[in-house]
Design a protein around this ligand. Structure first.
Ligand SMILES: [Mg+2]
Length: 291
């Protein structure tokens, strides 16, 4: 059995019943199950539809995300989430750069690295070097004044934890940010890179080895072993090229408002919904949410 899930943006114009019913009829699906009134619904299917890609494209134009996946084992036991532009709406390094007065220079490198056009590790070293001498106190300033949380993050973490899952923030960013973000959102643990500080100022170095693309996938394997799980039990979510290996290894890998090169390779893509989409894709209804 398969399931088709339709999700739209909470602030959008809603998910029309007629749209859901038309897809159910086209695909000879079972009874529609509304996961959230006017926002998300799922349709049971006997087989994966041949025209799923065409229907996906047509619904994208209406602001609706569509995913088709096997119905079984959708509730995951381990959440591995990227931080920058996934759980928060910014790239922390870009925000530090704005405060340092070199915003555009750094943001251009970040954008290329996240789209897979530059090697992650060397692009990170290059940008951190440009921040040398910046007062370390700006980290707290950036957290307080420039970072905003992607809607649905608390609900995603709280609901998965309420159902027994472990939730880990796995970031190519910095522990100075992941510690605060993980605590705010309720994550069980966080992993990231250490931004080196000397005499209260950024030294321009990042501790080696850098937590990059390969390290995110290694984190998935290590955490599976530690919690006696398999990759099929994992939900990974992220937006950048350094998330791709982790997304592809996970039983459920979601490209969240992802860079084009990442979305093109992902099996599950959320372009319109917020982070609660990751709950709807697991079959949780709004009434099941823990926050
Ligand atoms: Mg990211």
């Amino acid at each position: 059995m398969y399931v088709a899930t339709l999700i739209t943006a909470p602030a959008g114009s809603g998910l029309p019943t007629a749209t859901v019913d038309a897809l159910r009829a086209r695909w000879s699906g079972g009874p529609v199950r509304w996961l959230a009134e006017d926002l998300a619904a799922e349709i049971p299917l006997a087989d994966p539809p041949a025209d799923a890609a065409d229907q996906w494209a047509a619904l994208q134009a209406q602001g609706i995300d569509l995913a088709v996946q096997p119905a079984a084992n959708r509730r995951k036991r381990l959440l591995l989430a990227d931080m920058d532009s996934t759980m928060i709406e910014q790239e922390c390094i870009d925000e530090l750069a704005v405060v340092a007065g070199i915003g555009p220079q750094i943001a251009a490198v970040t954008a290329r690295a996240m789209n897979g056009e530059l090697e992650f590790e060397s692009a990170l070293r290059e940008r951190v070097a440009l921040l040398a001498g910046l007062d370390a106190a700006v980290i707290a300033e950036v957290l307080a004044e420039r970072i905003t949380y992607t809607p649905g993050g608390r609900a995603l973490v709280a609901t998965m934890k309420a159902h027994g899952a472990t939730c880990v923030l796995v970031s190519g960013g910095f522990t100075a940010f992941t510690g605060a973000v993980a605590a705010h959102l309720g994550f069980d643990a966080h992993r990231a890179n250490l931004l080196e500080v000397a005499d209260g100022r950024l030294s321009g170095s990042v501790a080696e080895p850098i937590l990059g693309r390969a390290a995110k996938r290694e984190a998935l394997e290590e955490l599976c072993a530690r919690h006696a799980l398999t990759p099929a039990d994992v939900l990974a979510i992220g937006d950048g090229a350094n998330d791709l290996d982790m997304l592809e290894a996970a039983g459920m890998g979601i490209a969240m408002h992802a860079k084009p090169a990442v979305a093109a390779r992902a099996r599950l893509r959320i372009h319109h919904g917020d982070l609660t989409a990751a709950l709807y894709l697991q079959g949780y209804a709004r009434a099941d949410f823990a926050a």
